[in-house]
Design a protein around this ligand. Structure first.
Ligand SMILES: [Fe+2]
Length: 243
């Protein structure tokens, strides 16, 4: 059986989005799972999302929200909105899931790929890759042909060819053997590219095929969970805006 790998990321405690993505991926024949981090933070179901990812056996790297929700360190670099929900998530997480989050590494090699949440040049500094120059810096540290990452919540593909980086629109494409790829899966639980649907990738190693997928899910249910938990209402309204 061909390996078919789903690469999930920036789930952010959004259980409805995660379950819908898992269902979609299984319908596509996915039989292996990877995760580029930020399993928790922002939405209302951190323990359930940790449980799902652990049940899938997904090799998972640590995101900045995973780190700060698991370790009670100062939140100086967080916006007031994000800091509020990190505090809430710290209290909501079971000790077992806190320990699991603490066990995650910043970089993993799995299925011949590299996984990192933010950048390979400073995986623990949580820099953002928004443009070709940011991507070029990270790719210079990349030992495998393909690295999946997240963090910006915006799906995008960067391709390096003859020392130059090009931006590819997220879609369906085959990887060229002589090139390197730095691929942002987009966000399952809080997309910020104006498209409210959950975003993830499917990778087929045998034919070097990558597919970016968008999946609609029950946003209103996630929003009700946020209101019921007493989390800031902005966390709910932004899901309807994709921002
Ligand atoms: Fe994130």
């Amino acid at each position: 059986m061909d390996r078919k790998i789903a690469v999930l990321g920036d789930i952010h405690s959004n259980l409805e989005a995660l379950d819908t993505v898992i269902e979609d991926a299984r319908a596509q024949g996915v039989n292996e799972w990877l995760c580029v981090g930020d399993v928790v933070g922002y939405n209302a179901n951190p323990n359930e999302c940790c449980a799902r990812i652990r049940e899938l056996g997904a090799v998972t790297v640590c995101g900045n929200h995973d780190h700060y929700c698991a370790w009670r360190e100062p939140l100086d670099d967080f916006s007031p909105l994000a800091a509020t929900v990190v505090q809430w998530t710290r209290d909501a997480l079971s000790s077992e899931n806190t320990e699991w989050l603490r066990s995650l590494h910043h970089v993993e090699l799995a299925a011949g790929l590299t996984l990192v949440h933010a950048t390979l040049d400073g995986p623990a500094y949580w820099g953002y890759v928004f443009d070709d120059l940011d991507a070029e810096t990270s790719i210079s540290y990349q030992k495998t042909q393909v690295c999946f990452h997240g963090h910006t919540h915006v799906p995008v593909a960067f391709e390096m060819h003859h020392g130059r980086v090009f931006r590819l629109a997220p879609g369906i494409f085959r990887l060229d053997a002589g090139r390197k790829y730095f691929l942002n899966t987009g966000s399952i639980g809080q997309p910020r590219d104006g498209d409210v649907r959950a975003s993830y990738c499917i990778y087929v190693p045998s034919d070097k095929h990558v597919e970016y997928r968008r999946v609609p899910y029950d946003i209103e249910k996630t929003q009700r969970a946020i209101y019921d938990a007493g989390l800031p209402t902005r966390l709910a309204t932004r899901l309807s805006e994709g921002r």
